[in-house]
Ligand binder design. Structure first.
Ligand code: HEM
Length: 199
């Protein structure tokens, strides 16, 4: 298992798995199978996959430690960059297909609709993380500062979940499940931090 995780094939498989939702949405769009409201379907599809992939990227460190598989770290950056990719598709679906780049209207949305404010915050926090994801930036910033900066991912994920909770009109079960998953991942990290500090 550990040897397999170290291969280029494992990386290629992870890449293929993480691109599948985008390829599937594009295929459905091409076949005109996105339903009566394709823009809404793309907005929802890209939104939910942003959140899922963000949570996958946050689950890698706990999984690595709990399963004793340090090799999983190889997939963290990939997952993080895919989360940013889906977030960018999601944002552009809104800016372009939904609002046709009508900036005054977009600005009104950002300041007046709280779920859009939370979404924008979640996206804005991912930008510096994606921009500094290379080995060159880790070297330039130094490990500690880079790690501190990359803790912004937790705030982005919280803002993403809040965005989801605020946008649903009825039934908080689905966003609640994502909020609970994020809660578990954050609680594990807090416990791990305390354990390491005491040690
Ligand atoms: C990291 C950033 C973001 C995450 C994790 C995220 C997540 C989500 C999720 C989970 C949904 C619901 C999908 C569903 O109903 O199944 C959604 C919908 C939506 N998001 Fe985002 N989002 C983010 C950023 C943004 C941004 C920046 C905007 C626009 C400024 C935005 C606008 C929307 C809109 C318009 C909807 C559809 C609302 C509706 O159906 O009424 N999101 N997003």
């Amino acid at each position: 298992m550990r040897r397999a995780l170290n291969t280029g094939w494992a990386k290629a498989a992870a890449f293929a798995a993480l691109s599948t939702p985008a390829v599937w949405m594009a295929w459905q769009g091409y076949r005109d199978e996105l339903g009566p409201n394709p823009i809404e379907a793309i907005t929802r599809g890209t939104g939910i996959w942003t959140l899922r992939v963000l949570l996958i990227s946050l689950a890698i460190t706990p999984a690595r430690k709990l399963l004793g598989l340090p090799e999983l770290i190889r997939f963290r950056r990939l997952a993080g960059l895919f989360a940013f990719f889906y977030a960018t598709l999601h944002l552009f679906t809104y800016l372009w297909l939904d609002k046709f780049f009508a900036w005054p209207e977009i600005w009104q949305d950002v300041v007046k609709r709280r779920f859009i404010t939370a979404g924008m915050l979640a996206f804005a926090l991912l930008v510096p993380l994606a921009a500094t994801s290379t080995a060159g930036w880790i070297r330039r910033l130094g490990g500690r500062r880079w790690q501190a900066l990359h803790r912004l991912v937790y705030i982005s994920a919280i803002a993403g979940v809040v965005h989801y909770l605020w946008l649903v009109k009825a039934g908080v079960i689905k966003p609640g499940i994502y909020a609970a998953a994020l809660g578990v991942l954050m609680a594990w990290r807090a416990l791990d931090w305390f354990r390491r500090r005491r040690a």
